[in-house]
Ligand binder design. Structure first.
Ligand SMILES: [Zn+2]
Length: 292
């Protein structure tokens, strides 16, 4: 009897889990694991989960949010924003790292709840407006679709986003998606200016065709262009679309213990970009050799 009860409960749990959360999130529980919100530097705050990076920039004219993550992430982000003493409804501008479901599925919901304007990099605009259906890799996979959201402003490489005296710069670092965006912002902390880099994603996902890609012919050249751009960015504070890029879980306890330099990590940034570039080159060489 006990066994039957347990298995019924398990079935119910699996059913509920699959109904509420996207498949990928079930395989990556850290994506929906709540994480404490905290101030990183200046007016920049962490409001994401344990592994899905979301960032809040607080200005006297309202809030900017980077990454809406999954639909199931929105209540977590809202709670984080409110725990810092801000109003979720004050989000005026919504930005993303790139048009994959784990970073932008909640956009339609956030725009509906807050009236925020959605600014997206050229190359990712049709993807978010089609709910992921025009993505070069995952477009045909229903599991990666999400509610379409209207884009109010199309960004280009070097575009700036300004609100209440704060300026963010959008760097097009394509390859992972056509419009993958690395955000930079300068933050003043203890009289010093700190260059913040929020990496969009330099990763080659499993199954990506770097050679002879019919839906994204210039993908390899785009990755190379992206790495060249990332190498040029001055970085003091290293952040990214996923907490795992910059070791959020390892660095946070140091921050909590009072070390406000915990996220200052230029060496970590350079090492991460070099490592990802090497992985890209290795995969490109492997695919090129296989084609011959
Ligand atoms: Zn992605």
């Amino acid at each position: 009897m006990k066994v039957a009860k347990f298995s019924l409960r398990l079935t119910l749990f699996v059913f509920l889990a699959s109904a509420t959360f996207p498949l990928a999130a079930q395989n990556n529980p850290a994506w929906l694991t709540p994480f404490p919100a905290f101030r990183i530097a200046g007016n920049l705050y962490y409001v994401g989960s344990q592994d899905l990076g979301s960032y809040l920039i607080a200005t006297p004219r309202g809030l900017i949010l980077i990454n809406s993550s999954f639909e199931a992430s929105v209540p977590l982000i809202k709670k984080s924003v409110e725990s810092l003493g801000f109003r979720f409804s004050d989000i005026n501008i919504l930005l993303i790292s790139h048009a994959h479901d784990d970073h932008c599925s909640g956009s339609e919901q956030i725009i509906r709840l807050t009236g925020a304007k959605y600014y997206v990099m050229a190359g990712d605009v049709s993807v978010v407006e089609s709910g992921g259906r025009t993505d070069f890799q995952y477009g045909a996979q229903k599991a990666h679709h999400y509610p379409p959201a209207h884009v109010d402003r199309v960004l280009h490489d070097g575009s700036t986003v300004s609100l209440g005296g704060t300026v963010l710069t959008a760097h097009r670092t394509p390859g992972h998606t056509r419009g993958t965006t690395t955000w930079t912002i300068d933050e003043a902390e203890n009289g010093h200016v700190l260059h913040v880099v929020i990496v969009g994603s330099p990763n080659v996902n499993p199954g990506y065709k770097l050679v002879g890609n019919k839906t994204y012919p210039q993908i390899a050249a785009d990755y190379e262009r992206g790495f060249a751009a990332l190498h040029k960015l001055p970085c003091d504070i290293f952040l990214g679309a996923h907490g795992s890029y910059f070791d959020l879980v390892e660095k946070y306890p140091r921050w909590k213990a009072g070390d406000n330099s915990a996220f200052i990590d230029p060496a970590g940034y350079n090492a991460y970009i070099a490592d990802r570039e090497q992985a890209f080159e290795k995969e490109l060489a492997r695919q090129s050799a296989a084609k011959k």
